[in-house]
Design a binder for this molecule. Structure first.
Ligand SMILES: Cc1cc2nc3c(=O)[nH]c(=O)nc-3n(C[C@H](O)[C@H](O)[C@H](O)COP(=O)(O)OP(=O)(O)OC[C@H]3O[C@@H](n4cnc5c(N)ncnc54)[C@H](O)[C@@H]3O)c2cc1C
Length: 459
């Protein structure tokens, strides 16, 4: 039997159940990754599907995967273009009997596979859930009946056992002789890779691939036991150690979420359960919740009212949006976050919440432009998690927490973070760096683009 395995957001050999099945049942196997060039052009909400930081990470991840595959005397074919056409072409050209692909929650990703199934009714298609902790059969209720609120979702699934991660295949079937000459396309040129720009001194930097993912997993759990502090550090802004940094590897599937889950459980077994280990598992359940919301609601996640369906009018102000993306709003904490995101492709969870609130509630801009900007910029952009978090934020009530300055003083009390990313503020005393607009403002720092008077009362 001749198989074709199509890698998507599962750039790994470990815990890849579909790849494992194909390795067992095929005599010959073609391994493919398709890069859809349409992602490089700005879309409906102005942003591209992928920006330089994630492109760099993707390239490294594919190089790492190719190396691992080469150890099995196999090769990864990298092709650029419309994935449906590329996969169809290879199915025809090499008379493929069986296609293997990991199911993803995004509606477009699922439709793509359905289109191929319709084109080749005789083709055996092996699909399985490898991007989530659970599979639909392990969920206690059917997908349409899954609760819309996180706490109810967690109550339902928290005592369920996710699948154990599968081992990598012992060997891979060889490629068909005729495909040995199938050329890979060159990887697209990456403009302005973030590695060449200034980054803070204690920033290790993300490196794509399964090997780097396991290094980070071991570093965070076993080498440094940083996981024990997670509960107290996860609101941090500066440095490598305040949170696990697993996101980018999880998003591209260099690391399986089940592998992370069971590694944390293993850590608890040997070193003891604590608030921090439990908190990290809970964060993985947030990730899981958003994956299934995407499956349940599909396209509705991208609608103006999100999954809650409130069709509120969503305005767009191009100048304010540009100021937000470029870190030039005149609000130091927002600008520091947005400059970090622009330069490195990274932003802390607290930072993401603050800038997202600011866009949707202070600038009153259609939140979907913000979500699309995040999707382009973040190294760990994950369709379900990113759009899910934005849905969650826009439907929430406005609270005191949304007071940007209050949060700035609470989470960056010494103004270290704003000083790091906005050197122009360093001429002011620390106590004034979050509020340059209420003191002698540095000449090259702009006046705020929102009315900040209301914030003063709540401080
Ligand atoms: C507006 C907005 C957009 C976001 N977009 C993304 C995104 O595209 N991709 C992404 O992985 N995370 C996203 N997050 C969630 C969260 O901010 C990041 O997962 C986290 O900051 C990544 O850092 P870490 O890997 O060190 O995570 P840790 O804090 O160490 O947590 C471990 C893992 O748990 C999961 N997780 C943590 N927080 C959340 C959360 N709020 N929702 C869902 N899963 C979570 C992630 O997989 C994360 O890698 C977003 C949050 C907001 C507010």
């Amino acid at each position: 039997m001749r198989g074709l395995f199509w890698f998507r957001e599962d750039l790994r050999l470990h815990d890849n159940p579909v790849l494992l099945r194909l390795a067992e049942q095929c005599d010959e196997l073609i391994l493919l990754y398709c890069f859809d060039d349409r992602q490089l052009a700005p879309g409906r909400f102005l942003a591209k599907g992928i920006g330089a930081p994630r492109m760099t990470f993707l390239k490294e991840s594919l190089e790492d995967l190719s190396e691992s595959i080469a150890k099995h005397n196999q090769r990864l074919i990298f092709r650029r273009g419309n994935p449906v056409e590329i996969v169809s072409q290879l199915i025809r050209r090499y008379s493929v009997d069986c296609l293997g692909v990991t199911t993803l929650p995004g509606p477009l990703e699922r439709k793509t596979v359905e289109t191929i199934e319709r084109r080749f009714p005789w083709l055996e298609v092996i699909e399985d859930w490898g991007h989530t902790l659970f599979t639909p059969d392990r969920l206690p209720v059917s997908i349409p009946d899954l609760p819309d609120h996180f706490n109810s979702f967690t109550a339902l699934v928290q005592h369920r056992k996710p699948h154990l991660p599968e081992p990598p295949p012992d060997s891979l079937p060889p490629p068909p002789i005729i495909s040995k000459t199938e050329e890979s396309d060159p990887f697209p040129a990456i403009d302005n890779p973030y590695r060449h720009e200034w980054v803070p001194p204690d920033w290790f930097g993300f490196y794509g691939g399964e090997q780097a993912a396991f290094q980070q997993l071991n570093y965070y759990l076993w080498d440094r036991h940083l996981i024990r502090e997670y509960e107290y550090t996860n609101n941090g802004f500066i440095g490598w150690n305040y949170s696990s940094k697993f996101g980018p590897w999880l998003a591209l599937g260099c690391l399986s979420v089940r592998q992370v889950w069971y590694s944390v459980r293993g850590y608890e077994h040997f070193c003891g359960e604590c608030e921090s280990t439990q908190r990290l598992l809970r964060e993985l359940l947030w990730r899981e919740y958003f994956q299934w919301l995407m499956v349940k609601y599909g396209e509705q996640v991208f609608q103006p009212g999100g999954i809650h369906g409130d069709p509120a009018y969503q305005p767009f102000y191009p100048e304010e949006f540009a100021a937000w993306t470029q870190g030039k709003t005149g609000i130091p904490i927002i600008d520091a976050c947005m400059r970090e995101l622009k330069t490195t492709g990274w932003l802390s969870r607290r930072g993401r919440r603050m800038v997202a609130h600011f866009l949707a509630h202070e600038l009153d801009i259609d939140w979907r432009y913000g979500a699309a900007w995040f999707q382009q910029q973040l190294i760990d952009a994950d369709l379900a998690v990113n759009w899910g978090n934005w849905n969650h934020l826009i439907c929430g009530e406005r609270t005191q927490l949304d007071n940007v300055l209050k949060q700035a003083f609470e989470y960056d009390p010494q103004a270290e973070y704003v000083s790091l990313w906005l050197p122009e503020l360093q001429e002011l005393p620390e106590s004034q760096r979050h509020t340059p607009f209420w003191s002698r403002k540095p000449a090259d720092f702009r006046f705020p683009i929102v009315d900040v008077t209301a914030w003063k009362e709540a401080l």
